[in-house]
Write a protein that binds this ligand. Structure first.
Ligand SMILES: [Fe+2]
Length: 270
């Protein structure tokens, strides 16, 4: 197997606009990592611009312009699947940016985020195939870039990124996914419900990756994980506190009870 340069390849895949190329490239990169066919090109420059490739046909709009998705029609169900598919596309980019942007982390950090990228690509494929069976494709509905905006806001520091992207925004998926899976099963789409259950299990481990590296960085810098988290939310994400929280799923993803109690208070106050 030929060797692959980690940082330049992660960057190139981040900028790749076509989903099929991105998915294939992430698979190849992760296989190379597992085969130890990777070169750590640490000197590859980090661009200040935090941009990702987006499919040219995907209409991007402000969240307030998105229609409410009602599950009694095929179109409504497809719109919901499309919204989650778009989250998975963003999630591939989030994992790639976590690899590419932040240098000098332990090797396990890169192993973790490459595995996340590979699993997000798998989620993207599962949902994409299901959407296709419903007669739709990625790009057929409008989407918003709220998740990516938080990636851009936290590009200055890996600690802020771990705090606010996996631990705040992606953790929200743990609260809501089981209910979405139940609702879509009730609406007759058991296949979608099964896919969401797979995604839910994997997302617990993805949030756990964010939690673990967040705590590693707090310990290294000798700062309090709780007050730092609260300060970062107040400074960069005051509007992102939402509930109800799933304590059970979040505990499995590495949240501690004192953090969850504090988050609950913030939700009640918001
Ligand atoms: Fe995912």
């Amino acid at each position: 197997m030929n060797t692959i340069s980690l940082f330049s390849t992660a960057h190139q895949l981040l900028l790749e606009p076509l989903a099929s190329h991105k998915v294939q490239g992430v698979t190849t990169l992760y296989d190379a990592w597992l085969s130890e066919a990777i070169v750590m090109d640490e000197n590859y420059p980090v661009s200040e611009a935090i941009v990702c490739g987006m499919p040219p046909n995907l209409p991007l709009v402000e969240p307030r312009f998105l229609k409410r998705r009602r599950l009694y029609s095929v179109e409504g169900k497809a719109a919901l699947i499309h919204a989650i598919l778009h989250i998975e596309f963003n999630a591939i980019n989030i994992a790639l940016d976590a690899v590419y942007r932040f240098r000098g982390m332990p090797m396990q950090y890169y192993a973790d985020w490459l595995k996340v990228a590979r699993e997000e690509a798998y989620h993207f494929v599962l949902l994409g195939q299901h959407l296709s069976a419903m007669g739709y494709a990625y790009g057929d509905f409008p989407a918003h870039q709220g998740l990516w905006e938080m990636v851009q806001k936290t590009g200055f520091d890996v600690l802020a990124r771990m705090a606010l992207v996996p631990r705040l925004l992606e953790a929200r998926g743990l609260d809501v996914t089981p209910d979405i899976a139940r609702r879509i099963a009730k609406a007759g789409d058991t296949k979608a419900s099964e896919i969401l259950s797979i995604i839910f299990q994997d997302e617990i481990s993805h949030v756990e990756v964010g939690n673990r590296w967040y705590h590693y960085l707090c310990e290294k810098r000798q700062i309090s994980p709780i007050t730092t988290f609260i300060d970062l939310i107040k400074e960069l994400a005051p509007d992102y506190i939402r509930g109800p929280l799933s304590f059970d799923a979040r505990r499995r993803a590495g949240f501690q009870d004192n953090e969850l109690e504090l988050l609950k208070i913030m939700v009640q106050a918001s």
